[in-house]
Design a protein. Structure first.
Length: 178
């Protein structure tokens, strides 16, 4: 297993630790540690992709597991934030619903031998979601919370825009035109 794939698997293994830190009240400063862990795990996402592309270490395993690791991390974090009443459940349903739709499209495309790359809208969406999660984990008060709310709405809007863009560009996958 190459280094990028090891970083991806590390991210998967960090998810349960993150969830425990977020949800177990008995852990001193659990949210602080969870935030640090989330930031580090998010950085491994950028790092594994960079290393894989730079050193030509792209594998089928990495293509499959990297997006799953990202979804596990981000979705777990958002569900924890719903449990802590820092994020509305309906927003998380929209965000996770988008991920299921995109994953379904990718599966159909894969069966037809087509690889659908991530768009810039999807990359912006991911960045805003990760920033949103960090901001919601660290509750610093009034101005911070207002800024976190703005970032949350931007992340939600980017989620919808990226879904519409993705569907528009790849609708042919469903009717056999791709």
């Amino acid at each position: 297993m190459n280094l990028p794939n090891k970083l991806t698997m590390l991210r998967v293994c960090l998810v349960p630790v993150f969830v425990v830190l977020m949800l177990v009240d008995a852990i001193p400063n659990g949210n602080i540690w969870a935030g640090i862990l989330f930031i580090l795990a998010s950085l491994t996402d950028m790092l594994d992709g960079y290393i894989a592309r730079k050193n030509n270490l792209i594998t089928d395993f990495g293509k499959f597991m990297d997006p799953i690791a990202d979804k596990l991390l981000v979705c777990s974090a958002m569900i924890c934030l719903v449990a802590q009443e820092k994020l509305a459940a309906w927003m998380v349903i929209i965000i996770i619903g988008r991920e299921f739709i995109i994953s379904g499209f990718r599966l159909v495309a894969s069966d037809k031998g087509t690889v659908i790359a991530a768009s810039y809208w999807g990359k912006f969406k991911t960045v805003f979601q990760m920033v949103m999660i960090v901001m919601l984990i660290y509750d610093f008060g009034n101005v911070w919370n207002q800024l976190a709310l703005v970032v949350t709405w931007i992340a939600l809007v980017l989620t919808v825009i990226s879904l519409v863009d993705y569907l528009r560009k790849n609708w042919g996958v469903l009717d056999g035109q791709m």
